[in-house]
Design a protein around this ligand. Structure first.
Ligand code: ADP
Ligand code: MG
Ligand code: MG
Length: 249
């Protein structure tokens, strides 16, 4: 049984009747990394949000199954509890909630019962792994964090919460090469621990450090082609247009 299986998924904004997802098919097994690459505005973030259950979007056709069960009727928190995590392209700043406290509450909401001392130690270890200075743990969530620090805080969150599926939406944007490498190493480690990862990215450069099991090209609300990691290089060299030749849009 696949961890995540998306079949003929169509979705639109609740407020406008414009269809953004136009029949997405995607199957992710446990421990796999899938990269979804596509031009801006093609609906990549929408796909991520629809998998997570963002109520701004409405599924009009198709299904999303997680561990064999449809999750379409589940609200965001129930999906999180089952083990789906979404790292946002633009992480929210939340005043009044400190990162450390946020992590511990989220873990407890997912049913975690480890003693605080152990949780705190684990948080500090992962912060070190992603090269996020420990002082950030006691700051308000993302408030005044630089772009790179926000992304590291996102990686820390999923490294600590250990979801079964992590959806990373443009985790590479705004990162310098050192931060990119650090984050890639952390992602590779989580994969080796058995986590499945859906890596949404506009650029190929993250894939210099992470080798996905499958690469999907996503254009205008649909996956138009899928292949191994070499597909990402082709896109880097030739752009997306070569794939669009002969495809009706
Ligand atoms: P990508 O992440 O590939 O750049 P998005 O999923 O963000 O693409 O957006 C796809 C299209 O849907 C865009 O035309 C965008 O303007 C529109 N869209 C997505 N979400 C919203 C929203 N919440 N409100 C208005 N338009 C949206
Ligand atoms: Mg269809
Ligand atoms: Mg996006």
């Amino acid at each position: 049984m696949a961890l995540l299986e998306i079949t003929d998924l169509h979705a639109s904004l609740v407020e406008e009747k414009v269809e953004i997802l136009k029949g997405v098919n995607l199957k992710i097994e446990k421990g796999q990394i899938h990269a979804v690459m596509g031009p801006n505005g093609s609906g990549k973030s929408t796909l991520a949000n629809v998998i997570m259950g963002n109520p701004k979007y409405k599924v009009t056709e198709g299904d999303i199954r997680f561990e064999g069960e449809s999750i379409l009727e589940l609200p965001v928190d129930q999906r999180a509890k089952r083990g789906i995590f979404l790292s946002f392209q633009h992480p929210q700043e939340i005043s009044g909630v400190r990162l450390r406290k946020f992590l511990i509450s989220a873990k407890q909401a997912m049913g975690g019962k480890e003693p605080l001392l152990k949780l705190n130690r684990e948080i500090e270890d992962i912060a070190e792994e992603v090269a996020l200075n420990k002082e950030f743990l006691d700051r308000y969530l993302n408030l005044g964090f630089s772009g790179g620090e926000k992304k590291k805080s996102e990686i820390l969150q999923f490294g600590f919460l250990k979801p079964k599926l992590a959806i990373l939406d443009e985790i590479d944007s705004g990162l310098d090469v050192d931060a990119l490498r650090t984050i890639a190493e952390a992602i590779n480690k989580f994969k080796n621990d058995g986590m499945s990862i859906l890596l949404i990215t506009h650029y190929q450069r993250l894939l210099d450090y992470i080798t996905p099991d499958h690469v999907h090209v996503y254009v205008n609300g649909q996956i138009i082609t899928s292949d191994g990691p070499e597909l990402a290089r082709k896109i880097e060299e030739k752009g997306y247009t070569f794939l669009l030749e002969g495809i009706e849009r």
